[in-house]
Write a protein that binds this ligand. Sequence first.
Ligand code: UDP
Ligand code: MG
Length: 325
Amino acid sequence: MEKRKKKTLYLVIPCYNEQEVLPETERRLTEKLSMMIQFGLVSEKSRMVFVDDGSKDKTWTLIKQMYEENPLVLGIKSSRNRGHQNTLLEGLMTVKDECDMVVSMDADLQDDIEVLDKFVQQYYDGCEIVYGVRSARKTDTFFKKHTAEGFYKLMNHMGVEIVYNHADYRLMSSRAIHELEGFKEVNLFLRGMVPLLGFKTGIVTYERHERFAGKSKYPLKKMVAFALDGITSLSIKPIRFITALGIFLFIVSIILLLYYTIGHFVGNTVAGWSTIVVSIWGIGGLQLLAIGIIGEYIGKIYLETKERPRYIVEEFLKDKGNENE
Ligand code: UDP
Ligand code: MG
């Protein structure tokens, strides 16, 4: 282990209104990162980067202050709130040339930072991407656990390849991030995009803790929106499903037509009314559903064709050591 060249690790941490957790997060990560540097696991150029996602509270002031006081802390400020995924991408793309590998994590340290060594170890073993996978969801509420697990199952059924119980706690090599840059979509669902990169990958399992302060920024409404985004951004299975349903209904209606025609000639009078009303409502509903889903995709195409920037960096508090180079 002594002989190999030490690599530089950056931790990228998106923060939105996280003033309650930041000081503690900084304290714990400083401790962890210093240890890793001291034991020669990563180079002394390793840093943690807090990316402020246009917070309304004192988050950015805190980050600037930490940057002044703590040589391990860097900061990036988004020009406005863009959401977790965009902020994460902003962080990855901004630091990709400053380091050899990046681990992305949440500001609330729900993801166990003690496994960072394992991530780095797998990187040295040749993995370009290492996924953090939760072993248990003991601390999540019953509701959160089941909705979240349902989410992974639904995604897989819908044709989105994601790693089960992996959120965005993940190591990516600088190389993998450079390749990710080639994915130009505006609708970001990183945990579905990263597996598309390929490369040698690894898995690290860990236990997820409770948020130690502040509130979750992912209420149910956002979670559902996130799942829908993931499906419609990465898969066209729902459209295929509609086509299949259309074919099926067409066959059923032909059978019904034959049945009623024969009934007519045999002499049974058609009961009429109820059948018609039921089918009008049934078909009408299905059509609306189908149009809705198609509309969803057209909306996405509309957004994608605009090719707007996915984030705007307002300020980058760089490594002070690098400025003089
Ligand atoms: N986050 C962000 N922008 C947002 C919402 C959230 O950067 O618009 C960050 C947040 O600060 C945290 C991470 O994304 O570091 C995950 O959010 P949270 O912990 O609230 O989600 P949960 O763990 O409850 O799913
Ligand atoms: Mg969290």
